[in-house]
Design a binder for this molecule. Structure first.
Ligand code: HPA
Ligand code: MG
Length: 225
């Protein structure tokens, strides 16, 4: 592709979804009927999410293979990404000469009400993070927006003196108020819109949706608290 070569840094953001992306009409896909009025479009189809995770797993394996790691899954939104990522790494371990022994741990962060971020961040399950001392840690997070939450979490984890910390973020939001923080492994860079599905919620709804979708105004009203 003469004149169209990509710089390596372009790949660091993963698949970039532009601001003018309209997504796909819902009727081109299947999704739970109970959400038929609540979504605007499909932004990232489930199959594309899975394909991208397969490649992230390979990148992680290339970098960390033959180390021991502790996977730190950030709940609740990160559970599906973490499960699929760990599954892909398991397949790679079975089918290659490299291996990646993994422990999986969970923490829970809370900072959102409706579609707005609140100032206070609560970390639950952080009591036993002393197991991270001297370990290689892979933090698995579904979405990074301003980067402030991740910065707070990294400070917290660093206090336990791990040997190394890497972060895998499925989605990174392009927000003007962002810190510019970019995870080591990024699935997709998305516009600053509120998305749901693939375990991402709006007030606990929509986790039972496979695709990553944009919520409609009606959906926001219906599930508002
Ligand atoms: N959707 C769900 N949860 C979130 C989002 C989002 O767009 N941004 C931060 N947390
Ligand atoms: Mg949430």
């Amino acid at each position: 592709m003469a004149g169209r070569e990509r710089k390596q840094t372009d790949l660091d953001k993963g698949i970039v979804i532009p601001d003018d992306c309209l997504g796909y009409p819902l009727d081109l896909f299947t999704f739970p009927k109970h959400y038929s009025e609540d979504l605007e479009c499909v932004y990232i189809p489930h199959g594309v999410i899975k394909d991208r995770i397969e490649r992230l797993a390979r990148n992680i394996m290339d970098d960390l293979g033959d180390h021991d790691i502790v996977v730190l899954c950030v709940l609740k939104g990160g559970y599906q990404f973490c499960a699929d990522l760990v599954d892909c790494i398991k397949v790679l371990c079975r089918n290659s000469n490299k291996t990646l022994p993994m422990r999986v741990d969970f923490i829970r962060l809370k900072s959102y009400l409706n579609d707005q971020s609140t100032q206070d961040l609560h970390i639950e399950g952080a009591e036993n993070l002393s197991v991270l001392s001297g370990k290689n840690v892979l933090i698995v997070e579904a979405i990074v927006d301003t980067g402030k939450t991740m910065k707070t979490l990294l400070d917290h984890v660093e206090a336990f003196k791990p040997k190394m910390i890497k972060v895998a973020g499925l989605l990174v939001k392009r927000v003007s108020s962002g810190t510019g923080y970019l995870p080591d492994y990024v699935g997709f860079e998305i516009p600053n819109r509120f998305v749901v599905g693939y375990a991402l919620d709006y007030n606990e709804y929509f986790r039972d949706l496979n695709h990553i979708c944009v919520i409609s105004d009606r959906g926001k009203q219906k599930y508002k608290i």
